[in-house]
Write a protein that binds this ligand. Structure first.
Ligand SMILES: *Cc1c(COP(=O)(O)O)cnc(C)c1O
Length: 368
């Protein structure tokens, strides 16, 4: 691909001395699992979010799993989430023995439509997981309002939204718990798998710390059945080096989104919608296109790494057949999965590259 969807090599070239020094520091200390880099990263990332506590984990999925566990969600419970998201959001609900209950999304933001939550609540409902999809904050006031009225817990899936803001508050500070992924391609990405759980509640943070590390507080005293979900020192040191640049990278993503918006203004395609009261961080720049699959093939032929996030809504995934959802259950999510297209998006993307992407889209539109 001459213009990839994400260019991690360009990022490494820009910050090589910092990354190499961070890695060397960990090797010199041999603090490979947990240790000072992990503690420092947790403090720095909590401060970045404006939250009290961050608990590093070995993936975003592990953080979501721990979030459900510390909130006491288990067998027989139901958890409401969006039909249009990455599988991990729902997977962890099944993992604790609970049942995922899906709701449709908003056609402009692709996030959980809060107007549908109430109808999905039953006496078994324990929690809601809004996802800040593509880096766009979910409509949190409405989600929190339904949750408060029904006594439900809220877990923010912020895996794609580091630094995004909703009415001046950073994502990660609004629910009971929030989960971030540092998968390499995320806005803040490690050089391997990593994630973290963020909360303002000291008890939830303490429980999560214990569960991620074999249920222990002291070295060989285990209080509960836990997991091997620890963040490693190399990833934490790399994340610290990158966290220092994250604001600058987010601003560049936002500028790139504005450039795409300008270049595509008269294209007739559906462009990302950013409400006045949010700051989106454009993990992905997603447009909606009538002949999506044909345009995707055309872009690939031109060496442009476009992608689809995601091609199948969760309620129609084979793994959830037993839940009994039919096609037509969530029309907005179903329409989105057929037409969304993610264009190359990363901080180092240049105006010239975006002109090339848009040129290829226009060429396709003319050739139809
Ligand atoms: C990436 C992602 C996850 C999972 O994170 P991992 O670090 O890959 O385990 C969860 N939810 C969403 C929305 C994601 O994009």
């Amino acid at each position: 691909m001459s213009i990839p969807l994400v260019d991690l090599k360009a990022q490494y070239r820009a910050i090589k001395p910092d990354i190499d020094a961070a890695i060397q520091r960990v090797i010199d200390n041999t603090s490979f699992i947990m240790g000072p880099e992990v503690t420092a990263f947790e403090e720095e990332f909590a401060a970045f979010c404006g939250a009290e506590y961050a608990v590093g984990t070995d993936s975003g999925t592990a953080a979501l799993h721990l979030a459900l566990l510390v909130l006491g969600v288990g067998p027989g419970d139901e958890v409401i989430t969006a039909a249009h998201t990455f599988i991990a959001t729902a997977e962890v609900i099944s993992l604790v023995g609970a049942r995922p209950v899906f709701v449709d999304v908003d056609p402009r933001t692709y996030n959980m439509d809060p107007d549908h939550i109430e109808a999905a609540i039953t006496p078994r409902t324990k929690a809601i997981i809004p996802v800040h999809l593509y880096g766009q904050p979910a409509e949190m006031d409405a989600v929190l309002d339904v949750a408060r009225r029904h006594g439900l817990r809220v877990i923010e899936d912020a895996a794609q939204a580091h630094g995004a803001e909703y009415r001046g508050r950073r994502v990660g500070t609004m629910g009971d718990v929030a989960c971030f992924s540092f998968y390499p391609g995320k806005n803040l990405g490690a050089y391997g798998d990593a994630g973290c759980l963020v909360t303002n509640d000291p008890d939830l943070a303490e429980q999560a710390r214990m569960l991620r590390n074999h249920g222990r507080q002291a070295k060989y005293e285990h209080l509960v059945t836990g997991y091997g979900y620890r963040l490693d020192g190399l990833q934490a040191a790399i994340l610290r080096a990158k966290l220092a640049r994250l604001e600058e990278w987010t601003e560049r993503r936002r500028q790139n989104a504005a450039t795409y918006n300008e270049l595509l203004a008269d294209s007739g395609l559906v462009l990302p919608y950013e409400p006045e009261h949010v700051r989106a961080v454009y993990h992905l720049y997603v447009i909606r296109v009538p002949e999506r699959d044909a345009l995707l093939a055309h872009l690939h032929q031109r060496g442009i790494g476009a992608g689809i996030h995601y091609p199948i809504p969760l309620h129609l995934q084979p793994v959830y057949r037993h839940l009994g959802y039919e096609r037509g259950a969530f029309p907005v999510a179903e329409e989105a999965t057929d037409h969304v297209l993610s264009l190359p998006m990363y901080p180092e993307l240049t105006r010239g590259q975006m002109e090339e992407v848009v040129g290829a889209i226009r060429e396709f539109e003319r050739g139809k």
